[in-house]
Design a protein around this ligand. Structure first.
Ligand SMILES: Cc1ncc(COP(=O)(O)O)c(C=O)c1O
Length: 498
């Protein structure tokens, strides 16, 4: 019994088997990327959740897992993932803010995954931890921070990154709140961009502030925080003796990609001595671009900011950076005593124990993909990716302006564009009819596999939204998108009014 178990385990760990299956995986992935990037296949082979769950169950190996069946079952499993997945590398993918990641980054992630380099403490992933520190230093310098003065870390996603930053802000604004919680009568608030990602309000819920204590900062006509009104809002809060945990600005906000005027907001926050936080999950990458760097000017004055490399730095999820301008805040989020993990006599190494700064204890070596891309291609690649996709956002806007049956909902600052299809027959339709038509059209297009774009709402009315986050998408693909919306829109109208 013991021997049979050992034998099966040895088979699972066999490096020769790894070589065979690894070769097969690279072969299948290469064929997949060739097909998908050529644009000849569907963007998404739509299946319902029930169908996919059945297939997932059907592939589970009920045999004894020995080497004889491995190549076959491995190939079937890999191919099923490829056949049933979302094809972000398809040039007609213009959906959520998840990129067609540079495939080579995935190879670096695979090295980390296969050897299971983790962190929490430096000793468990010494090089992966060092890569993370090196990348924090580079990204901070890209936005103009001074080496040696700032600090940061990587965490599993923008939501967690915002939560951790705001936890630090809370602990700084309300000393002892980590130990004592928040007193009912002090009623602190968080002032946030009115269209910030939902994880900001969620953070307020988690941090014990309460989502009702998230006060919206007024926006200007381009849906950016209005610094004058912010100044008035903070003055009023001071008069009312209400502690402000932070002002959470956006670079950029999710709905239409609006970048807040960070320099002006920094002036206001400095004047009121309020923590300035910037959610630069999407737009931080603008710092790499000569052409678009101006959009994040002032981010170096924020007390904290976050930046998702798994968005506009085109690495696979998840790799989110938190950066504090002031090194002294690096241990301010958590105050944990865990003698089995953190050794207080090793102060020099504790600096590099990520678990002291992050919500995670065990943490994936999430920065390897970014570091790997930078090692192979250099920083210019990131500038090229930003320029190409942001430029195309502007081109798409021009195409919408020129098309009488489309209505752009804003002038884009980056690669996020919201719009509606307004065919002639719906030009005078009530807003809810036009909104529902656009939402149904989006679903039809998604299910057809022709394009992948996402729904949104503007002023409560349904609309369409694209993020051009595959640098292989071209103007021609976008012209095809408009034609597809026209033809599928026509079919939809006919089915609604037979
Ligand atoms: C501006 C912004 N902040 C935060 C997030 C959340 O990031 P994540 O999905 O990595 O948790 C998003 C996601 O799209 C976002 O657009």
């Amino acid at each position: 019994m013991e021997t049979a178990a050992r034998e099966r385990i040895r088979a699972a760990y066999d490096p020769e088997l790894f070589a065979t299956l690894g070769g097969r995986m690279v072969e299948r992935l290469t064929a997949h990327l060739r097909a998908i990037q050529s644009g000849e296949t569907a963007v998404l082979n739509w299946n319902t959740p029930t169908e996919n769950i059945d297939v997932a169950n059907s592939l589970l190996n009920s045999g004894d897992g020995t080497r004889n069946t491995s190549l076959e079952s491995f190939t079937a499993a890999v191919q099923t993932i490829l056949d049933r997945g979302q094809n972000l590398h398809h040039p007609r993918y213009v959906g959520h803010q998840v990129p067609a990641s540079v495939p080579i980054a995935g190879l670096f992630d695979a090295v980390g995954a296969v050897t299971n380099q983790v962190m929490a403490i430096y000793e468990m992933g010494p090089f992966a931890s060092s890569v993370e520190v090196a990348m924090v230093e580079r990204l901070g310098q890209e936005v103009g921070l001074t080496p040696g003065e700032f600090t940061g870390f990587v965490t599993h996603g923008g939501s967690l990154a915002n939560l951790t930053s705001l936890l630090t802000a809370r602990n700084v604004a309300l000393p002892n709140s980590w130990q004592t919680g928040i007193s009912q009568d002090c009623s602190p608030v968080l002032v946030s961009h009115a269209e910030a990602h939902y994880c900001i309000a969620r953070s307020a819920g988690i941090l014990g502030l309460g989502t009702d204590q998230v006060l919206k900062a007024a926006l200007d006509d381009r849906r950016r925080i209005d610094p004058n009104q912010l100044d008035e809002q903070l003055t009023k809060l001071k008069r009312e003796n209400r502690p402000v945990i932070a002002v959470a600005a956006c670079a950029c906000a999710t709905p239409i990609g609006a970048f807040d005027p960070l320099e002006d907001i920094a002036d206001v926050c400095e004047k009121h001595e309020v923590w300035m936080h910037v959610d630069a999950a999407h737009g931080g990458a603008a710092a790499f671009s000569e052409k678009y760097r101006h959009l994040v000017r002032g981010m170096d004055r924020a007390d904290s900011f976050i930046w998702d490399a798994h968005k506009m730095l085109f690495v696979p999820a998840l790799c989110a950076f938190v950066i504090y301008r002031n090194r002294e805040h690096r241990f301010a989020a958590f105050q944990q005593n865990a003698p089995y993990l953190f050794d207080p006599t090793q102060g020099d190494i504790a600096e590099y124990d990520s678990g002291l700064k992050t919500i995670e204890c065990t943490k994936r070596s999430a920065a390897l993909g970014l570091w790997g891309l930078w090692s192979v291609f250099g920083r210019q690649l990131f500038a090229d990716l930003v320029d190409t996709t942001f430029d195309l956002g502007k081109t798409f806007h021009e195409m919408l302006v020129d098309a009488p049956d489309f209505e752009p909902l804003h002038e884009p600052e980056c690669n996020i564009v919201a719009f509606r299809h307004v065919p002639e027959s719906l030009r005078n339709a009530p807003p809810d009819v036009l909104g529902s038509f656009n939402l149904r059209l989006r679903r039809d297009v998604m299910e057809s596999g022709r394009f992948y774009l996402v729904p949104t709402a503007s002023d409560g009315v349904g609309a369409l939204r694209v993020t051009i986050i595959n640098p292989l998408t071209t103007r021609d693909h976008l012209a095809e998108l408009l034609d597809t919306l026209r033809s599928q829109g026509q079919q939809l109208r006919e089915s609604m009014n037979p």
